[in-house]
Write a protein that binds this ligand. Structure first.
Ligand code: GZL
Length: 336
């Protein structure tokens, strides 16, 4: 396996060299074979368990990278702290795993630990959220969502709805509840809203608060906002957990969430729980963010095991659901 990994890294080096990014030479002499049939050992650093989405993402990784599928998965829950992720990745390196996979809590601060992984000759696969590093050859592949596109889907739908309602002149008062600041999911979803604010001068941000992708935090910040004002037309939440927390707070304050004169709630993730709120009309639009990334990771690992080159970026397929077209059957048929 070790020799094979040398070829894998060497193979990736070819890809990166072709792509114009070099990698350090690998000392092949240090590699020894593992007995045939040994499991592929994967160290996985997960952000935490902050949302239903995250739980589904973890489950997808665990069920795919299972013992019966030929893997040994070492799973670490970073409890939403980047430092814990860096510590876990360093431990994976010391354990000399075959692959490192991680979902980065935020985009920056990974260069040093990724250099340690490269020096150890261990391929790194980034999933879910992306990272910002100068040297993209520091990791072999990224599998995740196009978060900016998710946001653009959301704001285009909202523009269309408001235009149909003749809401193109008078103020549209928006509460923006953001996900974990610095995560690529927050960066992309926020950027799309900010672009839409430029295009729609009658859109006004009443409040922009951190919801950190959790129901509890969104409930807290929405409750505080409602003590200041109830004159709100739209609440733009950056995931289902935040949407549910905000809706809890609004309903407690006597507000209705719907597209017929109530507060229009925008959400992301399209978990079954979030879509059930869509079915009730409480979430107007829910943009899918696909957490089922385990099979994509396994496909990349198998390609690398065969010494094949891999696509450096893979965006998962995603769609959106609104309160006008969602059905119970659509929800029941979904994987998360
Ligand atoms: C998006 C993912 C986000 C989800 C949240 O890919 O990183 O983190 O939208 C989760 O539910 O907490």
């Amino acid at each position: 396996m070790k020799t094979k990994r040398a070829l894998i890294v060497f193979g990736s080096v070819i890809v990166t060299l072709l792509a114009g990014c070099g990698r350090g030479a690998l000392d092949l002499a240090e590699q020894q074979d593992k007995p045939e049939g040994s499991p592929i050992v994967v160290g996985f650093s997960q952000v935490g368990a902050e949302s239903e989405w995250r739980v589904a993402n973890s489950e997808s990784m665990k069920s795919t990278l299972s013992e019966e599928n030929g893997y040994e998965l070492i799973f670490d829950d970073a409890r939403n702290e980047q430092e814990n992720q860096i510590r876990a990745i360093r431990t994976f390196i010391q354990q000399d795993v075959d692959y490192i996979v991680f979902s980065p809590r935020v985009e920056t601060g990974w260069t040093s630990i990724l250099q340690e992984a490269r020096d150890a000759g261990i391929p790194v696969i980034v999933i879910d959220r992306d990272i910002e590093v100068e040297d993209r050859s520091l990791y072999t592949a990224y599998i995740g969502s196009d978060f900016r596109k998710e946001g653009e889907t959301a704001v285009a739908w909202l523009e269309n709805l408001l235009q149909k309602k003749g809401r193109t002149e008078n103020p549209v008062r928006i509460v923006h509840i953001q996900g974990t600041i610095g995560s690529s999911a927050q960066i992309g979803r926020t950027a799309a809203l900010e672009d839409a604010l430029e295009r729609n001068p009658n859109w006004q941000i009443v409040k922009q608060e951190l919801g950190d992708f959790t129901r509890a935090k969104a409930y807290e910040v929405m409750g505080a906002i409602l003590k200041e004002t109830k004159d709100i037309d739209v609440v733009y939440c950056e995931n289902d957990g935040e949407a549910l927390g905000a809706i809890d707070a609004m309903e407690e304050a006597g507000l209705s969430c719907n597209t017929e004169g109530g507060v229009i709630v925008i959400s992301f993730d399209a978990t079954k729980l979030g879509l059930s709120y869509c079915l009730q009309g409480k979430i107007a639009l829910n943009v899918e963010c696909n957490p089922l990334q385990g099979p994509y990771v396994a496909e990349i690992i198998q390609q690398l095991e065969r010494g094949e080159t891999v696509e450096p970026v893979k965006h998962v397929e995603e769609t959106a659901f609104d309160c006008f077209t969602i059905t119970k059957e659509m929800i029941e048929g979904r994987g998360y």
